[in-house]
Ligand binder design. Structure first.
Ligand code: C2G
Length: 144
């Protein structure tokens, strides 16, 4: 879809949604949050956490490297662009750089990004209960 065209085919500035995550061992919770985020606009840009940031956030290396997670998320039909999220402190820069109109996150981050609401809309979606990468890793470790 040409950059200056919205889903309805009008030539106005497409509404850009941005979201962030590690998206390691991709599961239905990740898919649902990405689909919901995409439904808020015309294009979805996803900041995929760098391996180093993930170690800082979760105290362990991700199962899939940042390049693999970038490839996985970038191949999803409702994702238009991916980039590496190097730091949790660069939200304002990433929003400006990608001309985001909306920041969408799961509600486990509720309120944490309200500080950018002068730049864009901030939306928190309910997390998908009872599925998480950490639980999946433990389950696989226990049943392998
Ligand atoms: N998520 C969800 N339901 C789950 C698990 C995750 O809706 N069962 C959502 C999270 O709320 C988040 C996104 O999926 O919006 C990615 O989750 P993670 O991969 O765990 O990433 P996280 O550590 O939350 O990184 O700058 C913000 C961070 O990069 C977010």
């Amino acid at each position: 879809m040409p950059d200056d065209t919205t889903k309805s085919g009008e030539t106005t500035t497409p509404r850009t949604v941005i979201t962030f995550g590690t998206f390691d061992v991709l599961h239905v919770g990740h898919i649902r949050i990405l689909k919901r985020a995409a439904s808020l606009g015309d294009r979805l840009v996803v900041g995929v956490s760098a391996d180093a940031l993930n170690e800082a956030k979760k105290g362990r290396a991700p199962v899939f490297s940042q390049d693999e997670r970038l490839e996985i998320i970038g191949s999803l039909k409702f994702v238009d662009e991916v980039f590496v999220e190097e730091s949790l402190e660069l939200k304002r820069d990433y929003i400006v750089e990608h001309k985001a109109d909306v920041l969408a996150m799961g509600d486990d981050w509720k309120g944490r990004f309200d500080f950018v609401s002068d730049l864009c809309e901030v939306v928190y979606f309910p997390r998908t209960p009872s599925v998480s990468t950490t639980e999946l890793i433990e389950h696989i470790a226990n049943t392998a």
